[in-house]
Ligand binder design. Structure first.
Ligand SMILES: *Cc1c(COP(=O)(O)O)cnc(C)c1O
Length: 246
């Protein structure tokens, strides 16, 4: 199937999930996760009408920027963990940073955003599962982080984001999605700009929508299985050319 066909299928499934949950389709944004795929694939999705994209590394969008940053109406979200030495570049390149988890990072983003004269929307990534590989602030530390960054000029805290443990059975993710919604509902009284819930990926976005997701981050279902990058995150060479899913 082509990217255009995949996109149409995903959009139809989002529509169905919204109807089943009694929600308007306009309340859910589809973020097309183009990480590891070349700029051409992203442009193919753009030409099929997709406007919101997610990348998980600052360097990767930087590499694609010349081809894709000028596309009218295209919007880019950073959905991967942000290293402190990349914050300035992130504030410059991205329209939204969905993975803020530390006060220091938020302060650096705010400083750059102010210097650029922009108001940068951010989400706070919350770690709801004990897995080592997951990032984010714990629910216990969330109120403290929010109060520290809510007043920062240059940033606007729009909501919360989470990545539950991966499981083939989408129902496994439901309690995590529900917990993120409950956290948002509890805190929205104090922080009225806290509206967004970025949750749900290719295999579980329907469940996420039932639990109140306002932004689903879908990669594989749109672009197909991800080719392995030529180099790993730590700079070492990838051993074989097999694809990775999930
Ligand atoms: C890669 C990634 C996704 C997309 O995952 P798929 O299973 O391919 O849809 C979503 N969110 C984050 C944070 C990711 O890193």
């Amino acid at each position: 199937m082509s990217i255009a066909e995949n996109l149409a299928k995903v959009r139809a499934e989002i529509g169905e999930a919204c109807r089943a949950a009694g929600r308007a389709e306009s309340t859910v944004t589809l973020i097309a996760v183009s990480k590891v795929h070349p700029a051409e694939r992203l442009i193919e999705a753009y030409e099929a009408g997709q406007r919101v994209f997610g990348e998980n590394r600052v360097q990767e969008l930087q590499a694609k920027a010349e081809r894709v940053r000028g596309l009218p109406g295209a919007e880019f979200h950073l959905i991967g963990p942000l290293q402190s030495n990349k914050t300035a570049k992130a504030a410059e390149l991205f329209d939204t940073v969905d993975t803020v988890a530390e006060r220091k990072t938020a302060q650096r983003l705010a400083t750059t955003a102010m210097a650029l004269g922009k108001q940068l929307p951010v989400l706070i990534e919350v770690k709801l599962s004990p897995e080592e590989s997951k990032h984010g602030v714990s629910p216990a530390e969330l109120p403290g982080l929010l109060s520290a960054i809510a007043g920062l000029e240059g940033l606007e805290v729009r909501g919360l984001m989470t990545v539950p443990p991966w499981d083939e059975d989408a129902e496994t993710a439901r309690p995590y999605f529900r917990q993120l919604r409950e956290l948002r509902d509890e805190l929205a009284g104090t922080y009225p700009t806290l509206r967004e819930l970025s949750m749900g990926m290719s295999n579980d976005f329907r469940v996420a929508i039932e639990e109140g997701s306002t932004a689903v981050r879908v990669g594989t279902a749109i672009f197909g299985a991800r080719p392995k990058p030529a180099i790993n995150e730590d700079g070492t060479a990838v051993e074989d050319g097999t694809t990775v899913g999930g």
